[in-house]
Design a protein around this ligand. Structure first.
Ligand SMILES: [Zn+2]
Length: 468
């Protein structure tokens, strides 16, 4: 089961039910079987003149917390990754990002926005008096899943003296909500990223790779030193893959250090270090010293400029496994990108173990699959014009909120560096020739992997075309 889509594992989902939507500040009906605790931070102690005003705004603040609680709970039950609060000229809008796509959720009167904004700021420990510059913070959220059916069955009969407990122990789910507040012409926009600690980590088998890709990844990890690079655009799941790779390398005799900006998920078996450019703790500074911390495995959040590229390659050269992400379109294109960043060809050929290109596609909902006939143009884009029918899509049902999709899976293109491939790079052979050789060794392009997933009924032709 793929869990990219997020948090729907044991949370009751009823996306199509309109009555689930909180309709007013105090409406708690949106909690959908979940009890939400927001860990509230106290703002500064009130001075006497503030007390009267606070009494009046206090109940509005309390209502706003309940409302926010309903929204976050609803977002999580729908498997959202982000919640957007956006002020417009005459109202503010709440949108959820579900399986990578922004969807409208609710509109509310603009008059309520300031209270909502301040509530988010207080909970995230941000300055409520600051409006003109971006602020980042985070909220801890504990959701308690209550099985109402069990509760009802175990409700004690009124005439029994020694009654059984009326509630069963609730299962707690922990979420980090990363909050970004950003000034716009209509006011400050809030984006809350929902990070579920339990789902932060997928095993490499859960990423969505085929057997050959998994074997190639395992071969890359067997080397005693060298670099593994994950490439793709923002939001393509690179960091999740990198954590999965690190978890494969985890063992008690290895020192694994990460340099991240920011730290996406806190994992206690890693030594995670957060880059802080403002305070002078830059990637460059961190990488110039981190080898003295004696790492076996080093994760560098992103190779983004010639300096980090050079440090990363140098660390690999002196016997470390280095994992990192880099912005490029394809696995082969990453070679060109590294040359552009000033990495000498010979060094590149000898220090890289493999490159993995990645995208995420939405998966067809298994509850409402139906056969259909895709556009011939789309089929030929994937090289499927002669493929045997039928093709499958989701018709839309309650399980998938009418979208026809549920969860996401990865598309991959793995480029394993063997001696022949290293020789081709060293000899300055054209990239197309390197790609042709890699394909003979089992590499698939992203488009080939997308076509395979379409044929397996995992995703639709249109969704694959959208992504590759
Ligand atoms: Zn469905």
């Amino acid at each position: 089961m793929n869990r990219y889509g997020g948090q729907q594992d044991s949370v009751p989902v009823d996306a199509g039910r309109v009555s689930n939507v909180p309709t007013s500040w105090t409406d708690e009906s949106g909690s959908g079987g979940l009890d939400v605790q927001l860990r509230e931070r106290q703002p500064h102690a009130p001075t006497p003149p503030e007390k009267k005003a606070q009494k009046e705004t206090g109940s509005a603040h309390h209502d706003a917390i309940l409302f926010l609680r309903g929204i976050l709970s609803e977002a999580i039950s729908k498997g959202s990754s982000d919640v957007h609060l956006e002020p417009h000229a005459d109202m503010y809008r709440i949108r959820f990002r579900i399986d990578g796509v922004l969807t409208h959720y609710l509109e509310r009167p603009l008059s309520e926005y300031t209270t909502m904004l301040n509530t988010v700021k207080v909970l995230a420990d941000l300055d409520i008096a600051t409006h003109m510059i971006p602020q980042d913070g985070h909220i801890e959220l504990v959701l308690q899943e209550i099985d109402r059916r069990v509760q009802e069955h175990t409700r004690p009969p009124e005439d029994t003296a020694s009654s059984p407990p009326s509630t069963v122990p609730a299962k707690s789910h922990y979420y980090d909500i990363r909050v970004s507040v950003f000034p716009s012409v209509n006011g400050e926009v809030v984006v809350m990223r929902i990070l579920n600690r339990a789902n932060a980590l997928l095993s490499v088998e859960e990423l969505g790779m085929d057997m050959v890709q998994l074997q190639q990844l395992q071969t890359m990890l067997l080397a005693s030193y060298g670099m593994i690079l994950i490439t793709g655009p923002t939001g393509s799941g690179k960091t999740t893959t990198l954590y999965s790779v690190l978890s494969e390398l985890k063992s008690s005799d290895k020192n694994i250090i990460t340099l991240e900006d920011p730290i996406e998920f806190h994992l206690d078996w890693l030594r995670q270090c957060e880059i802080n450019e403002e305070r002078g703790f830059t990637f460059e500074r961190a990488m110039s010293s981190v080898l003295r911390q004696d790492p076996d495995v080093l994760m560098v959040g992103e190779v983004r400029d010639p300096t980090t590229a050079e440090y990363a390659v140098r660390s690999a050269l002196v016997g470390r496994i280095v994992g990192s992400t880099i912005h490029a379109n394809t696995a082969i294109g990453t070679i060109a990108r590294l040359l552009e960043l000033g990495i000498p060809r010979s060094l590149l050929a000898h220090t890289i173990n493999g490159i993995i290109a990645q995208r995420l596609v939405r998966m067809t909902c298994s509850h409402c699959q139906e056969q259909y006939e895709p556009e011939p143009l789309h089929l030929s884009h994937l090289g499927l014009e002669n493929a045997p029918a039928p093709f499958l899509r989701g018709a839309g049902c309650d399980e998938c909120g009418g979208t026809g999709f549920k969860g996401r899976t990865g598309l991959f293109s793995t480029l394993l560096f063997d001696e022949t491939l290293r020789g081709l790079i060293f000899d300055q052979r054209p990239l197309i020739e390197i790609q042709e050789y890699a394909i003979t060794q089992g590499m698939r392009t992203l488009k080939m992997h997308a076509a395979a997933k379409v044929l397996a009924g995992k995703t639709t032709v249109e969704e694959a075309v959208r992504v590759v």
